[in-house]
Write a protein that binds this ligand. Structure first.
Ligand code: G3H
Ligand code: 13P
Ligand code: NA
Ligand code: ZN
Length: 328
């Protein structure tokens, strides 16, 4: 059944768990996410980015989401638009049946230039006005996502600020977050606390302090009723990097956010945890391995099944780790 982000995250806050928000672009991802949600009895957030709309085309995505709701009537599903670059984009998603939208006003409409606070408040307020009138939740963002190591947003062609960001822009200011929430009335707030999008988050193996947990606590204390969202939360599984590289890939040494640190963040108010890269890596690894080991196979269903199973395994393990298994 379709559920709004507000309803879902209120329940998560009450019962102290986090919900993974998986990006969806195609049938296999959608089926993997739903299969894992059903198996672990979890609610789930499926989210579509601008890149997903471009790849799949809006109507295919729309009916893929409807198909998920019909095929799995007992799984609570929030259908969320990831990184909306304008109120118009958010409005179109609401018309298509999404139950939640992100208005990312931390960046200008180009999705690259850091925006000032006034612009962010203005576009987010406008979005909340029509979204709430339709029973749709809104996620906003304060602070620009980027690596504290390099000051870079992480993604080359995806969502994220261009150029080098200052330490100031890279960490959400708790006081500004509180002002933003009272001005906009967003249901959820994406915060910058040391994560970045994509596979290249950290160049050295993390030693247990990549997230600014202190900052999460300070923000949560100021806005206890606003659900905190952590973007860039892929863990970059080393076992999948090995499989990819063993079967012809060439991905340099790189690390993500350890699952244990995400679990720590959940203890202190993080409720929505965005994951895209981990499913991409698992999918690529599974396909490379299958094709290398079965060079005479040419039925795409064979390797796409491997991709689907590999992605479902990641989804299941995040549902378990974040405590949302059994909460469906
Ligand atoms: O926030 C970025 C997500 O990983 C979506 O990536 O824009 O390539 O679809 P994308
Ligand atoms: P990752 O690149 O870490 O998977 O983050 C995805 C994300 O934040 C989507 O909005
Ligand atoms: Na989002
Ligand atoms: Zn994101």
């Amino acid at each position: 059944a379709l559920i709004s982000l507000r309803q879902l995250l209120d329940h998560a806050a009450e019962h102290n768990y986090g919900v993974p928000a998986f990006n969806v672009n195609n049938l296999e991802q959608m089926r993997a996410i739903m299969q894992a949600a059903e198996k672990t009895d979890s609610p789930v957030i499926v989210q579509a980015s601008a890149g997903a709309r471009k790849y799949a085309r809006p109507q295919f995505l729309r009916y893929l989401m409807e198909a998920a709701l019909e095929q799995y009537p007992d799984v609570p599903v929030c259908i969320h638009q990831d990184h909306g670059t304008s109120p118009d984009v958010c409005q179109r998603s609401i018309q298509m049946g999404f139950s939640s939208v992100m208005m990312d006003g931390s960046l200008r409409e180009d999705g690259k230039t850091p925006a000032d606070y006034g612009y962010n408040v203005q576009v987010t307020q406008r979005t909340v006005a029509f979204a709430h009138a339709c029973g749709v939740s809104v996620e906003g963002e304060i602070g620009c996502l980027g690596s504290l190591e390099t000051g870079m947003a992480g993604e080359e062609d995806g969502v994220g600020a261009e150029g080098i960001l200052s330490a100031d822009q890279l960490l959400t200011d708790p006081e500004e977050a509180a002002r933003f929430v009272s001005a906009t009335k967003v249901d959820a707030l994406a915060i910058a606390i040391g994560t970045s999008h994509g596979a290249y988050k950290f160049s050295k193996k993390p030693t247990g302090d990549v997230l600014r947990i202190d900052r999460i606590k300070e923000i949560h204390a100021r806005i206890p009723d606003t659900h905190l969202v952590m973007h860039g939360s892929s863990s970059v599984p080393q076992e999948w990097l090995e499989v990819i590289n063993q079967y012809g890939g060439a991905i340099p040494e790189t690390y993500g956010v350890p699952v244990e640190e995400i679990v720590e963040g959940i203890k202190f108010g993080v409720r929505k945890v965005n994951i895209d890269t981990d499913l991409r890596l698992a999918s690529t690894g599974a396909i490379r391995k299958f094709l290398a080991e079965n060079p005479a196979e040419f039925d795409p269903r064979k390797f796409l099944k491997q991709s689907m199973d590999a992605m479902a395994a990641i989804c299941e393990s995040r549902n378990e780790a974040f405590g949302c298994a059994g909460q469906g």
